[in-house]
Design a protein around this ligand. Structure first.
Ligand SMILES: Cc1cc2nc3c(=O)[nH]c(=O)nc-3n(C[C@H](O)[C@H](O)[C@H](O)COP(=O)(O)OP(=O)(O)OC[C@H]3O[C@@H](n4cnc5c(N)ncnc54)[C@H](O)[C@@H]3O)c2cc1C
Length: 420
């Protein structure tokens, strides 16, 4: 059968007004919550503002959907209370997720620990989730933005922009954060969430490229380099990451930069000075590099000699930053040490980030101080949250989708009375 992604999307005639559970937002957290609530016997409506469900999932992992990882350590979840995510993860971990995917027809494969659907196509995950929703008679209403949620006695009244009104006993809010608003998540429900009594920790772009101040680095646009990146805040070394970085016209991207970005954006907001120190040869000592450069033909320019070791454009930039662009190796004397030192530590001053449009995830969100371990609100009975809307963000590697699926599964189980 040709899969039809809209086939289980409700139309105005098929829809009722009253459900056991309403899920707001048809992202991965929302559909997982809907599936687990429905498997627990609940009658579920999912309300989505975009014209199709799961819009973001198609973009994940460059269209391949890296939905979890074989390795988990104590650094993969971040937020004010990362321990909350680890506790939840114990109840629905990577093995449980891989098994769940298999149960709905998706077999997986791992590439260096990163787990993808076997055919490396994100749409497979979308289709499988939607087919499971259809099998369970979960109703999905698209092109309907929820604009209000009101608690009346023991029920919730949900209003959409089109003035449709629905009622339910339990509600699961899975509207995502603010990252990548073209896919639907833009914080539009924050006012309503706050009015329900919940605090939202300041939301910032995370897993985002960082912009640099010094336009000289624009000359490196297109250059990719493997290096160790250390984040300096007010001159102090903080975190570091190793991997490939990519220079663009006014920013640096690549996994190491993205991983460090949540700390950089916070420090910049706090008016601290931020720079990235790039070690282009993390496995070699400076003395060794010095010897190599000094061994080069003495008639070579310094940039040419450095260019034997690193990218040519980077070598030229280092030459010019050291005032050696026209100097030959034999004329450079001690200054050559300065140039070599830059191979081990060139500082790029950071002045901002590329914003939510380019961010893969949001740091901050609904404060976990007010959320129970079953994702239920401590303040409003019957109100649940799951996914990126909560104050948890993961590192690159499938941890954000794992969090969305884990928290969605737990919330859906909780509304159907199943304790995990
Ligand atoms: C380019 C890109 C690549 C990524 N790659 C990966 C990856 O490979 N691995 C990984 O783990 N993570 C990846 N992520 C992150 C991951 O996609 C998200 O963390 C995850 O989708 C969050 O799931 P969610 O269900 O909480 O929120 P979302 O996926 O953001 O879904 C929220 C849904 O709520 C809807 N919504 C919002 N407001 C309303 C409203 N008022 N009424 C109705 N509906 C509403 C939105 O339209 C949206 O459909 C990537 C993100 C991006 C942008």
């Amino acid at each position: 059968m040709k899969p039809d992604l809209k086939s289980n999307v409700a139309n105005e005639y098929s829809i009722k007004k009253d459900y056991d559970v309403i899920v707001v937002g048809a992202g991965p957290a929302g559909l997982m919550a809907a599936i687990s609530a429905s498997r627990g016997g609940k009658d579920v409506l999912v309300v989505e503002q975009k014209d199709i469900p799961l819009k973001k999932i198609y973009a994940t992992g460059n269209g391949r959907c890296n939905f979890t990882n074989l390795t988990f350590d104590d650094k993969v979840f971040r937020g004010q209370k990362p321990e909350f995510a680890y506790e939840a993860y114990k109840r629905f971990d990577n093995k449980a997720l891989i098994e769940f995917m298999r149960s709905i027809g998706v077999i997986s494969k791992d590439i260096s620990g990163y787990v993808y659907p076997y055919n490396e196509q994100a749409r497979t995950i979308a289709q499988a989730l939607l087919f499971e929703c259809r099998r369970l008679h979960v109703t999905i209403l698209c092109s309907s933005r929820v604009v209000d949620i009101i608690k009346t006695d023991d029920r919730f009244e949900v209003t959409t922009e089109k003035k449709d009104r629905f009622e339910c006993r339990d509600i699961i809010v899975t509207v995502g954060g603010k990252a990548s608003p073209t896919h639907g998540s833009d914080g539009n429900l924050n006012k309503v969430i706050r009015r329900l009594g919940h605090e939202i920790i300041l939301q910032r772009p995370a897993l985002v490229p960082l912009t640099f101040e010094d336009k000289k680095f624009s000359d490196l646009s297109g250059v990719r380099l493997k290096c160790k990146v250390t984040l300096l805040i007010d001159g102090e070394k903080t975190e570091d990451e190793t991997g490939e970085i990519i220079f663009n016209k006014d920013n640096i991207s690549g996994i190491p930069v993205m991983q460090l970005s949540r700390y950089a954006t916070k420090a910049l907001d706090e008016k601290k000075s931020v720079s990235l120190k790039l070690d282009l040869f993390p496995d070699m000592e400076e003395v060794e590099l010095c010897k190599l450069v000094n061994n080069a033909d003495k008639d070579m320019s310094v940039s040419e000699a450095l260019g034997l070791l690193t990218n040519e454009k980077m070598a030229q930039l280092i030459g010019s930053l050291c005032g050696l662009e026209n100097k030959r190796v034999c004329e450079a004397s001690e200054k050559i040490n300065k140039a070599v030192a830059m191979l081990k530590g060139i500082n790029v001053k950071i002045n901002g980030d590329c914003g939510f449009n380019r961010a893969q995830v949001t740091s901050g969100g609904v404060s976990l101080d007010q959320i129970n371990s079953d994702m239920g609100s401590k303040l409003v009975d019957g109100l649940y949250f799951a996914g990126e809307v909560l104050d948890i963000d993961g590192t690159c590697g499938g941890y954000n989708l794992q969090w969305a699926f884990t928290s969605g599964y737990i919330a859906g189980s909780a509304v159907s009375g199943l304790s995990l």
